[in-house]
Ligand binder design. Structure first.
Ligand code: NAD
Length: 484
């Protein structure tokens, strides 16, 4: 449906995220008529550019990242865009933005902070000082939200001093992915799964987010973060919450977020002993990826004294009735053997087999929710091999790959999230207490890692990470689901 009229002010309008994600995502809403007649996009950054110069840049971004561009829709879309130069560090240019927005106080006014987190505070303060925050204002912030619990609290305080919680949209783009929302549909729109969704029937859960890329040009930023902060604190824990949460009352933002928060609070805190036993951190060395030789992390960084992890594996316990003794194994890293993000729900073995040994091994059922590539859901079940011979069993996937079920284009996470934000729906955005609860669980791990002098375990690019990660799960008699 068409949105109410809005002004979307994108700080960092000339940045990488705007180029690759925000502009293409917004453009996609044009041909389908979701951008109301009076909707405007106001790009803001430091550089002095005319509207025409910025529109040319935006046109290139869209043509580069959108497969089929409708020229008429593109022109209509570009005509909505205006550009204003504001230098946040120098505190200049705000009057021009004020002028641009004046007279449109009754419209939705959405600020998207696609800039370094150091600017979140100064931008919010300036918006407050210049009286630019209206009743219908919202603000969207990108990750990272802090570097630890304390700094996340400070960021939240700063933003919270200008915007109310219902106006603050903290993006975790994993929540905008179709498959992630499908996880909720699967669990709560079917009667099949929920009765089995607990410690009585599930042996363990795996969440893997594996990338083949290295840090490349982002090495400077990445070195201050590492995989635990960059991926686990937000994306992997959010996925864990959606798998583990109790059924919310409804899809209302606070119903869903209340349930996710309960999961975060039920994560078993990691003692220093547990950090040593249940976490593995790694750092990639030179190797081969996507068919070519690639450099190691330290070479990419240009320094040899970094102990930043580019890989993390962890065994996580959730202390509640539903998940008692059901470990969640999390794993994420760069320069791994394949680009794959998936959640595997591993059910328990049969209590008893009625088949003869020559029927073959009976694999326990497995539900694999794949986020990328080829988004979809696969249920591994046992069936009988066809034929008149003796009873032989075989594992086959019941495949629900969405590309086959739906011929339409798969929208990018940002399309969904930006429109939800403009419409004021916070269900797929992180609430303040969730972010802070996630950090509360992460902080002791960071602390323990900084205490021990041991370097992250090296792993060769193009592999599944350090062997200690394999040992982490195999010592429990389980294996990583590495099928790609
Ligand atoms: P970027 O460095 O490419 O762009 C930064 C933007 O900020 C540019 O438009 C620049 O002009 C603007 N800027 C810099 N200094 C300024 C100043 N003094 N005043 C006004 N504007 C100024 O960064 P990016 O990759 O687009 O990332 C933006 C935000 O999104 C960051 O918070 C980042 O952590 C987050 N993020 C980015 C990605 C990604 O894939 N790029 C993914 C997730 C989160």
């Amino acid at each position: 449906t068409q949105s109410d009229p809005f002004d979307l002010v994108v700080f960092g309008g000339t940045g990488d995220l705007a180029h690759r994600k925000l502009l293409p995502a917004l453009y996609h809403r044009e041909p389908v008529g979701h951008l109301g007649e009076d909707a405007r996009i106001i790009a803001v950054s430091r550089r002095q550019l005319s509207d025409t110069e910025y529109r040319d840049w935006a046109r290139k971004a869209i043509c580069e990242h959108v497969a089929e561009v409708d020229q008429e829709a593109l022109e209509r879309f570009l005509a909505r865009i205006q550009y204003v130069a504001v230098d946040v560090a120098q505190n200049t240019g705000w009057e021009a933005l004020e002028e641009k927005l004046s007279g449109r106080e009754d419209f939705v006014r959405a600020f998207y902070l696609s800039v370094s987190p150091d600017f979140f505070g100064p931008i919010c303060s300036a918006l407050g000082e210049h009286d630019l925050v209206t009743e219908k204002s919202r603000v969207t912030i990108e990750k990272p939200i802090g570097k630890n619990g304390k700094s996340a609290h400070e960021v939240n305080e700063t933003i919270g001093s200008v915007f109310k919680e219902h106006q603050i949209f903290r993006i975790d783009h994993y929540l905008g992915k179709e498959t992630v929302q499908n996880l909720m549909a699967l669990r709560f729109a079917n009667v099949l799964f929920e009765p089995l969704w607990n410690a009585a029937h599930i042996d363990h859960v795996q969440i893997t987010v594996a990338e083949t890329l290295g840090v490349e040009s982002r090495a400077g930023y990445y070195d201050t973060a590492g995989a635990l902060r960059d991926m686990v604190q937000n994306h992997l824990l959010q996925l864990l919450c959606l798998v583990a949460m109790e059924p919310p009352e409804s899809m209302a933002p606070d119903s869903v977020r209340d349930e996710k928060l309960k999961v975060l609070k039920a994560l078993r805190p990691m003692s220093s002993e547990m950090v040593e036993r249940n976490t593995v951190r790694g750092q990639y060395r030179a190797g081969a990826s996507a068919g070519g030789a690639v450099k190691g992390y330290l070479e990419e960084l240009g320094r040899d004294d970094s102990s930043t992890e580019t890989f993390v594996a962890a065994k996580v316990d959730i202390e509640n009735w539903r998940w008692a003794n059901v470990p969640f194994y999390l794993r994420t890293g760069k320069r791994l053997a394949a680009r794959v993000s998936e959640i595997t729900i591993q059910f328990k073995d049969l209590p008893h087999s009625i088949f003869l040994p020559d029927a073959g091994r009976i694999a326990a059922n497995k539900l694999v929710i794949r986020l990328q590539p080829d988004e979809g859901v696969k249920m591994q079940v046992m069936i009988k091999d066809p034929g008149p011979g003796s009873m032989r069993l075989r594992e086959v996937p019941l495949d629900m790959t969405f590309a086959e079920a739906f011929s339409s284009r798969h929208p990018d996470a940002y399309e969904r999230l930006i429109m939800d934000m403009i419409r004021g729906n916070q269900t797929l955005f992180m609430r303040r207490d969730e972010v802070e609860a996630a950090w509360k669980w992460i902080d002791p791990i960071l602390e323990q890692w900084s205490q021990i002098k041991e370097a992250p375990k090296p792993y060769t690019s193009g592999t599944w990470g350090p062997s200690a990660s394999i040992a982490l799960i195999e010592r429990d008699g389980r294996t990583w689901h590495d099928e790609t």
